[in-house]
Each structure stands twice: as structure tokens, then as C-alpha cells.
Design a binder for this molecule. Structure first.
Ligand code: CP
Ligand code: NVA
Length: 300
């Protein structure tokens, strides 16, 4: 593993190896052990979009590993004024040991890796959110014991989360079902791959997707950068909601996960959210452990 640009780049074995290390780091931390595996290492964190979890978990993660994290906002960097990514990549490679970037275009993340000489981690693009899905997989395995034979169901927009969840599910041998409105499907190439590699279902029926599911996930109807489409999307996605009815279609012991932030009353009801809050906030906590594992793999 040289970078984490998208989950598709990781083999099944690499994903499991990250998850195993994440479990170990979580266990150590619970017992008050903070191994300084990245002593003196420096991570630059470029944010072109807002963040609570990604920023705080990467920053505290680096601190706990004995390293240092620099928050680099788009508003302050020259990249925000048009300095080319190929120059930014080469400059930052002279100062830092790794870069985490949250931005719009996947190409910007890929270019950073291409022109720089240090590991690059994707902290969310419009295309995917690999760090979140590693934490999701960790949470599922923690609660279910293993992945084999599980059905993952995603309700809503075929967005960055849907793309990464689809890849994560198929790579860990879960089946994947998505219910989304026409015109809001996940990435076409990824769907083709999922159909070939595993068990994949896309439908407009939320009940069909949720039927006998072991894990139900959803995400906001309008992602960052789609604020002006909010009203239109509220109309399109009405009905694509995780609620009591959906939970009845799923298995009795089905988990519910949400990457957060959540919009109660839109993609999930307040009741279902609160009934599964333990799972959802474990998932948020696991961002820290999963990312520390990624950082160790890439920066050590
Ligand atoms: N789930 C997630 O990435 O949260 P933030 O946008 O707060 O980082
Ligand atoms: N799909 C959401 C995920 C936020 C973590 C977004 O891109 O805004």
C-alpha cells in the first residue's frame, strides 16, 4: 500500500490487514497504551470542504501516534488561489511525511499522489470516501464477527458513500443492494465491476433492497457541494428513508450505520437513528482507529 486514493486500489487482504491493525490499536488505546509508531512524522491535512469527524480523528490520531498534523484550509493555501496541484504536491513532499486531502474532484487526489513523493490519503471526494468505509467495515465486523454471507443495503443517493460501500462490501464478500431513484445511481464502472465480482442488486424499491439485510446504511440526500440542489433533491428522495417500515423488511438483528452528519426526518427517522445510536457512534469512533491503522501502514 503506497496511498489510499480509493478502496478499489486495495486488495481484500490489504483491507483485512488494515482492519486487523485497527482492532489492535483500539484494544491498546482502551488499555491506555499509546504506541508512538509515527514518532516525529508530519501529516498535512488539506480541506476544501467542511469536516468534523475527518479532521478531528486524523489530528488526534497523529497526536496519539506521536506525530503531528497540520490543518491546511483551502482558504489559506495558495492552491485556493490557483497554484497548480502538481506544484503543491512537490512542495509539500519536501516538508511532510504524508498528505490527507478532502476535495471535490477525485483527479486532484490522484494528481497529488502522481506528482508528489509521499503517501496521499483521500479524506473524501465527490467520487468516494474510503476512510469512512474502512471504519464502517470495522464496525460491522466488530458486531457481526465476520463479513461472509452478510447483506449490506444502502438507501438513497448513489454518491461517494454508496460507491465506496459497494466496493468495500464486495471486496469483503458481503452482498450489496442499493435502492436509489433513477438518475441517482452509483458510478457505472463500479456497478459493472460489482456485478461481475459479487452479488449486487440495484432497485428503485426500498423494501426490495432492505429485504433480509444485515446492515442498513444511508447518507444525506444533498452532499457537500450540492447545496443549491437541496429543494429538488428533497422531492426526488422523498421515500428513500430508513424508517420503521424499512427495518421490518430487514433482519431482526440488522444494524444501522450512518457516516454522519445525519438529517433526521430526511434520509433517516429520529426513532431509528436513536435506536441504533450505539452502532452509529461506534462507527464514528472507529474512524480514529481505522485511520490510525492506515497512517501506520503508509507512513511508518
Ligand atoms: N463522516 C464524515 O466524513 O464526517 P465529516 O464530514 O465530519 O468529516
Ligand atoms: N455524501 C456526504 C458524506 C459526508 C461525510 C458528502 O459528500 O457531503
Amino acid at each position: 500500500m503506497k496511498h489510499l486514493l480509493k478502496l478499489m486500489d486495495l486488495s481484500r487482504e490489504e483491507i483485512l490487514s488494515v482492519l486487523n491493525l485497527a482492532d489492535q490499536l483500539k484494544y491498546e488505546r482502551k488499555n491506555g497504551v499509546f504506541g508512538e509508531y509515527l514518532k516525529g512524522k508530519k501529516l498535512g491535512m488539506i480541506f476544501q470542504k467542511s469536516s468534523t469527524r475527518t479532521r478531528v480523528s486524523f489530528e488526534t490520531g497523529m497526536y496519539e501516534l506521536g506525530g503531528y498534523a497540520l490543518f491546511l484550509s483551502n482558504r489559506d493555501l495558495q492552491i485556493g488561489r490557483g497554484e497548480p496541484v502538481e506544484d503543491t504536491a512537490r512542495v509539500l513532499s519536501r516538508y511532510l511525511d504524508g498528505i490527507m486531502i478532502r476535495t471535490f474532484e477525485q483527479k486532484e487526489v490522484e494528481d497529488l499522489a502522481k506528482f508528489g513523493s509521499i503517501p496521499v490519503i483521500n479524506g473524501l471526494t465527490d467520487y468516494c470516501h474510503p476512510c469512512q468505509v474502512l471504519a464502517d467495515l470495522m464496525t460491522i465486523r466488530e458486531r457481526k464477527g465476520s463479513f461472509k454471507g452478510l447483506k449490506m443495503c444502502f438507501i438513497g443517493d448513489g454518491n461517494n458513500m454508496a460507491n465506496s460501500l459497494m466496493v468495500g462490501a464486495i471486496k469483503t464478500q458481503m452482498s450489496f443492494a442499493i435502492a436509489c431513484p433513477k438518475g441517482y445511481e452509483p458510478d457505472g464502472e463500479l456497478m459493472k465491476w460489482a456485478k461481475k465480482e459479487g452479488e449486487f442488486l440495484m432497485t428503485e424499491s426500498v423494501e426490495e433492497a432492505a429485504k433480509d439485510a444485515d446492515v442498513i446504511l444511508t447518507d444525506v440526500w444533498a452532499s457537500m457541494g450540492q447545496e443549491e440542489e437541496k429543494a429538488k433533491r428533497e422531492a426526488v428522495f422523498k421515500g428513500y428513508q430508513v424508517n420503521e417500515k424499512i427495518m421490518k423488511a430487514a433482519k431482526k438483528d440488522a444494524m444501522v450505520l450512518h457516516c454522519l452528519p445525519a438529517h433526521r426526518g430526511e434520509e433517516i427517522t429520529a426513532d431509528v437513528f436513536e435506536a441504533h445510536a450505539d452502532e452509529i457512534f461506534d462507527e464514528a469512533e472507529n474512524r480514529l482507529h481505522a485511520q490510525k491503522a492506515v497512517l501506520c501502514k503508509l507512513l511508518k
